[in-house]
Design a protein around this ligand. Sequence first.
Ligand SMILES: C[S@@+](CC[C@H](N)C(=O)[O-])C[C@H]1O[C@@H](n2cnc3c(N)ncnc32)[C@H](O)[C@@H]1O
Length: 298
Amino acid sequence: MPRKTLSVLGLRTTVFADRSEVGLEFSARRPRRDAAPVFEDAQPPVAPPVATSGGPEAAALAERVGALTWYHTLELPHGIVTPGYYDHRELLPRYRLPPRLDGLRVLDVATFDGFWAFEFERRGAAEVVALDVREKREIDLPPRTRAAMTEADLSFAFGRGFALAREALDSKVQPLHCNVYDLSPERAGMFDLVHVGDLLLHLRDPVRALTAIRSVCRGRAIISDVIFPDLDRGTGGVPLMQYQGGRGQNIWWRLGAEALRAMVEDAGFENVEEVSRFKYGQRGLPPSIWHAVFAAGV
Ligand SMILES: C[S@@+](CC[C@H](N)C(=O)[O-])C[C@H]1O[C@@H](n2cnc3c(N)ncnc32)[C@H](O)[C@@H]1O
């Protein structure tokens, strides 16, 4: 049957022509492609941005926005909206964020284009730090994948969307180029609120990363990731996750929600609570990816 497959960050969403089936596949179900570059076949699912107000300045911004590939859907001046793969705007209520963050020092781990960091700034945070790696070479890649990549692949720069959005929004969010594993109070200081979304599935050692995140948290943490509820079914609460090996599109783990909870607890967080669970999807496609949001204290 004719079908269309879109893929980003390892999640392949297949839509059959008659819409009879929509599913998620992981790269490991396909023949192994150790050399596949990360984010390789990502295509923006929406039209280029259009300025709804303003003159040449707006047109220039729309052109710069249109020249980049976007992960996040960001509202910029002049009515310009970035054509992100994911649109978190409608999902915000599910994260149980405080309506105001006045006076707080906030960290957004793995910020990508910065949707969450800019949202924290909008809610009045005293200071927002947005952490991400600088180049693709810094992410967890299986050795064979890394060895097969060219220097151009490895030096692919993250953060161009973030930098443009920061400039357009006249934002004070502070970028921090740092691998999550290297996060420490000495490196970044302490934070009242720490947010990390959709990072752990991309890491070889999620508990080590969570432990580093815990080391800089003096208040609350909001931790969310892609989950696979089938892994929790009928296990009586046993935490399960399935190894994916970081191949294809850089997915290391298929997480059950109980495994995600256990890892957050084992990293030293207290009062770990699942605050929501919902399906979302790439913009323009039916929601098909399960997601769990956990809140935790220290
Ligand atoms: C799927 S995106 C998640 C974006 C955002 N956190 C969200 O929830 O919408 C994954 C992000 O993790 C970052 N990342 C991957 N490995 C990392 C590492 N070892 N340390 C810090 N960031 C990393 C990537 O550069 C990318 O920005």
